[in-house]
Design a protein around this ligand. Structure first.
Ligand SMILES: [Mg+2]
Length: 135
């Protein structure tokens, strides 16, 4: 298999039986996730703040959470803690524009399983999601 085959395979995952909760308050970022994930056929649930994320998690069966940390009403750290209280085994991948030192640790301490720095590269997003969804 060539390198190109590997790349295209990685970009065309089939997650039609998966539900991903995307927590994101900025429309341009939503457009990126929508474009990136549409091809995977995963069911996408959208939450625009931390409280809505917790509420939606309680009301739906979710396989993975993609959590922005900078959110209105309730931030992503608090929402992560609350979701992990409901189900400690749910994978939560944080995404943030802030790459301050110590943020990764703060994020893992809140219970996040992994971390993506914005701007998120498509290949890196798919690789990270694959680690948790292709088990
Ligand atoms: Mg945000």
């Amino acid at each position: 298999m060539s390198i190109n085959d590997n790349i295209s395979n990685a970009l065309v995952q089939n997650w039609e039986d998966k539900v991903i909760l995307v927590v994101e308050d900025v429309d341009t970022n939503k457009i990126f996730f929508d474009a990136a994930l549409r091809k995977t056929k995963a069911k996408i649930l959208w939450a625009k703040d931390g409280q809505e994320a917790v509420d939606m998690f309680q009301e739906n069966t979710v396989d993975l959470v993609l959590m922005d940390l900078q959110l209105p009403i309730m931030d992503g750290y608090t929402a992560t803690r609350k979701i992990k209280e409901i189900n400690k085994d749910i994978p939560i991948i944080a995404q943030t524009a802030h790459v301050m030192s110590g943020e990764r640790e703060k994020c893992l301490e809140a219970g996040c399983d992994d971390y993506l720095a914005k701007p998120i590269r498509l290949q890196f997003l798919m690789d990270t999601l694959s680690k948790f969804l292709n088990k």
